[in-house]
Design a protein around this ligand. Structure first.
Ligand code: GCU
Length: 339
């Protein structure tokens, strides 16, 4: 990882918070085992009403219980430990123990991760979950950052289907001409928006609301749950169902920290995390329906699009982006698992 990517401002604000937390060992605040065990700090960019926070909070409670307080997790929401790029760097350094990061953040560390960031690689959330829980497909990928970056990928939460939202309908590629559309910090996603017809503006999640409000951006792309929990619907009232991508968030952990667990506690951690992934997928479906209903009652208009035209525009991206043999194999194995 490029250690210079960590901006000084973000680093110092995150470090101030980390200093206030004390060391990981010896326990943190809250939780049945507080004071006796080790508290793992988990960085999250979502708000407390996002299903990621809810599922992670339950994961934390269950971990404390099943390790009899030897291991606890404290979840820091709202980018309090830094936006995802910084949180990933801090997890690699070991100042943070765990982080939820979007798949786009791992592209620069290992190009093989690109396979899961592509439009139309997953047909649905269920297809995506089947793939990411298949060790034959993801085993090598998940351990690929351990030696160089001290990062272990533990599994993931779906980001659901992502679409475009803006202050006007976007029903065909030509509608995006001249529009500045926010993307995550990813070369593949920059290219994705270009191919769809717009001008891509990479930016961290927490900056999007203000950028939409001030007109720095004309639109963005995300799922309905983020659109509502981040309140972006207040400043971009048209949702166009481009459904161009089923996105993926990973739970990444500091490898050294995870290896410091006893086998028994690590097995409990893995078990409870597997339960958290299942709970999240269940929650995702109900929360997405709720977010659509909330957006509609706030006056958001939903639009169908010329899906074929967007698919055609995006078609060259797969070959362009799959630059390694492993990325192609992972992509092809994922497609074979569809159905
Ligand atoms: C989703 C995803 C986040 C990601 C965000 C974004 O909300 O769950 O991990 O950071 O999209 O667009 O930046």
């Amino acid at each position: 990882m490029n250690r210079t990517t960590l901006s000084v401002a973000a680093a110092s604000s995150a470090m101030a918070l980390l200093a206030g937390c004390g060391a990981s060992g010896g326990g943190g605040e809250g939780g049945a085992g507080a004071g006796r065990g080790t508290t793992l700090r988990l960085a999250l960019n979502q708000s407390e009403d996002h299903p990621s926070f809810v599922a992670l909070d339950h994961f934390a409670d269950r971990l404390t219980e099943s390790t009899d307080g030897r291991w606890n997790i404290e979840v820091f929401p709202n980018e309090n430990l830094g936006a995802q790029q910084e949180a990933l760097q801090l997890t690699s350094d070991g100042s943070v123990d765990l982080a939820i990061v979007s798949g786009t953040q791992l592209e620069d560390l290992n190009k093989d991760f690109v396979a899961f960031n592509l439009p139309h690689v997953f047909d649905s959330v269920d297809h995506q979950m089947k793939v990411i829980n298949d060790k034959k497909i993801v085993g090598g990928l998940y351990s690929s950052l351990e030696d160089r970056n001290d990062l272990t990928v533990l599994g993931g939460f779906t980001q659901g289907t992502r679409s475009i939202y803006a202050d006007k309908p976007v029903t065909k590629p030509a509608d995006l001409a001249g529009m500045k559309v926010r993307v995550q910090e990813s070369k593949v996603h920059i290219r994705m928006i270009e191919l769809m017809g717009g001008a891509a503006t990479p930016m961290s999640y927490g900056e999007v609301y203000t950028a939409l409000q001030s007109g720095v951006l004309d639109g963005a792309e995300n799922n309905e749950v983020s659109y509502v929990t981040q309140k972006h619907f207040e400043v971009a009232k048209h949702w166009s169902r481009t459904d161009h991508l089923v996105g993926l968030d990973y739970l990444v952990g500091n490898t050294g920290r995870l290896e410091s667990m006893s086998d028994r506690d690590r097995a409990a951690f893995d078990r409870e995390w597997a339960a958290a992934m299942k709970e999240f997928t269940r929650l995702w479906k109900t929360e997405t329906a709720q977010a659509v209903a909330d957006a509609k009652s706030a006056g958001v208009q939903f639009h169908d699009v010329d899906e074929k035209a967007f698919r055609k525009a995006l078609a060259p991206l797969t070959d362009e982006a799959l630059t390694t043999e492993t990325a192609r194999e992972v992509y092809e194995a994922s497609r074979r698992a569809a159905g």
